[in-house]
Each structure stands twice: as C-alpha cells, then as structure tokens.
Design a protein around this ligand. Sequence first.
Ligand code: SF4
Ligand code: SF4
Length: 383
Amino acid sequence: MLQTLQYVPEYKEELIYPAICKSLDALGIADDMRPGLKVVIKPNLIIAKKPEFPATTHPLVIKAVVRWLREHGISDITLAESSGGLYNAEYMKNIYHVCGMRQLEPDVSLNMDFSAQTLSTRPGFANHSFHIITPVAKADYVINICKLKTHAMTGYSGGIKNLFGVIPGLEKPQMHYRWPELSDFSRMLLELAQTVSPQLTIIDAIDAMEGNGPTGGTSHPLYMLLAARDLYTQDYFAAGLMKLNPMKIEMIRQAVESGLARPDEIELVGDPVPEGLTPFQLPDTKNLDFTDNLPGFLKKPFLFFAGRLLKSYPQLDREKCIGCGKCAESCPAHVIRIVEKKSKNASSQKPGKKAVFGKKGCISCFCCQEMCPMKAISVKKAL
Ligand code: SF4
Ligand code: SF4
C-alpha cells in the first residue's frame, strides 16, 4: 500500500501545491482521470471556524487539489459536506464563508443541493443502506480531504471518520442514537466508508488538533500532508504519527482485524517520518478512562459492574454558555433544554438563556461538546 508523506512547514500555496503534485503523481492518480469525470471533494467543515483554527480542512489544501485536477482536464468539481448541525442553504453558506471556501470559486462549485439518496450496502452489513448527500452519491470520483484530529468519542478523527459528514444534517445524531456503543458506531463508520469508497484520501496534518477534538481542542502541527488510496491503512499510519496506539482506536482496530487495513504493507514514499514526534494530548473523555489500564480479562466484568459509575457525562460551564441551542439541536437523546435563567443577586451569573442537561437518557456521544461554539461543555465522570 503506497503511503505518501510530504513535509509542508506552513500554509502557503507555493509550498502546498508542489507537495500535492508529488503525492498524486506517486499514487498514479493521473491514470484515473478521463474527460467528463464528475469529481466530488469531501472536506471536513464540521463547524464554522476560520481556517487558522485546526478544526476544518484548510482551503489552500483543497485549492491545490482543484488546481491539479483542472490541469489534468477535470472541470466538473464539486465540494460537498454536511457539517455538524443543519443541512440547508443558510447554514452551509455561513460554513463556506467562515471556513474560507469562497476563495475556491469559480474553479469548484460549492454544493447547494441539499437532497439525499439512499444507497444500498453490501450483504452482511448491519446497516442495509445509508442515506447520503446527493453529490457524493452521484459522484464518479470522491476525494476525501480530512483534518487530523483527536475526537471525544472515537479518540481519533482522520479519513474514515471524515466520511460521517456524508450523512445529511441532523440524521447524524440519529445514527449516534441508533449505535450508542463505540464498537457498533465504529462498525457503522467502516460500513459507511466502504459504501462511499473514496478513490483518494488526503490528510491535512500541516496543523492538526489535540485535546478536546474534534472542535474544542488546540493546535498540534505535524507540518505534513499525507495521501493514500487506502484510507484504512492510512488512518493506522496517521494515528501512529500522533503517538496514539492505533489498535486502541476502535474503528482502526476493527479495520485491521477485518483485513481492511494492512499496516504490514505500508510503503512510504516522499519524506521520511521525522524524528522527535510528540504524543497528542487526548480528549478529556479518554484521559478519564482508566479502564484502558486494566488487563483485558478484567475489563468486561469490571465495566459490567461499574459501567454506570464510570460513564462520562457532559458538564456545562454556565458562565461560558450563551444559550445558542446548538447542543440541544444536535443531541440525539433530546436531553438538553434551553431555558431562561434569572439572576438571583448582583454577584451571581448573568441572566439569559442557558443550556440545562438531563443525565437520564444521555448516551455520552459528546455531539453537544462537538457543536458548542463557546467551549462551554467539559467532561465529568459519574463517579
Ligand atoms: S452549551 Fe454551548 S452549544 Fe449549548 S447553548 Fe450553551 S453555548 Fe450554545
Ligand atoms: S447530552 Fe450530549 S453527550 Fe449526552 S446524549 Fe446529548 S449530545 Fe450526547
């Protein structure tokens, strides 16, 4: 499996474009190009944040890919994403604007078709079909361009996890509700990835995110662009660059055990893995999970008896909360309410709308934390 790594010290067009050319040439992507090919780029635009903040795919990485495609005779190029939250014209226009995607026009069309299609999956999958956004469903060729990040629920977010953004809008929280256990959710992600089956996956790790990813963490640059046709093995490789144990990331472990990821076959081309990479800080949800240190044979019985006490729950910082309701909108269990709080005395917190979290029914998916623009949600253990 060919894996490319290109050293890119900063987000500058003149540095990124040659790196993309070298990567795509090494992977033989030019051989796939033919006149009339309908190409869809699937970025990570999870939240309306500026490109300088490491939550979303940097527009200059996409711009370089678009330039390469056009130089290879491809003109039908669409950028399509269903961010966290709603999937409609008003919401996505703001995402495109804030995330810096407008600068890609007119070389690429920013998707404004908010319909979805049902695609059947392979026999034997737990998900018999997926409802996915139309441009991706109808594409001849999908290029998955993700951001390298930690993730509160899955631990890691790269190529596989990025494809969850083909599920339209608030159907994503429904998927969390359908598959609340990490093992089932991870299997769903792998089935979805095999259904979308992107021809190429590029990881923007020039800057990456550590800590409370995928939206509330901090910068941890790796100064790298990664690319591969095989997104499963690439995720194994990229998790290693973050100094995470890939076999402790459930979706990667399942990918290895099912034969989708083949880490023994990685053939690295381009720049070497640099010396002195430092471990990414984990999200609070994972830092508090000391069951990782238990021997395997003790873990299951321990979780059976102590599972409820060890469960993580969201905790609100009321001072930071502005009552925007994005957490409630994304909560699959509908346990968040937005209420008007009155100030009891002058020294107490300011009055106004605030979120109120019910513990009963919470499935600890942390979609609320993911969507909070104010970083007002942290993690606490029931114990
Ligand atoms: S917790 Fe965050 S997302 Fe929820 S209402 Fe408050 S500010 Fe908005
Ligand atoms: S409160 Fe937060 S963690 Fe709990 S189910 Fe709702 S979105 Fe998920």
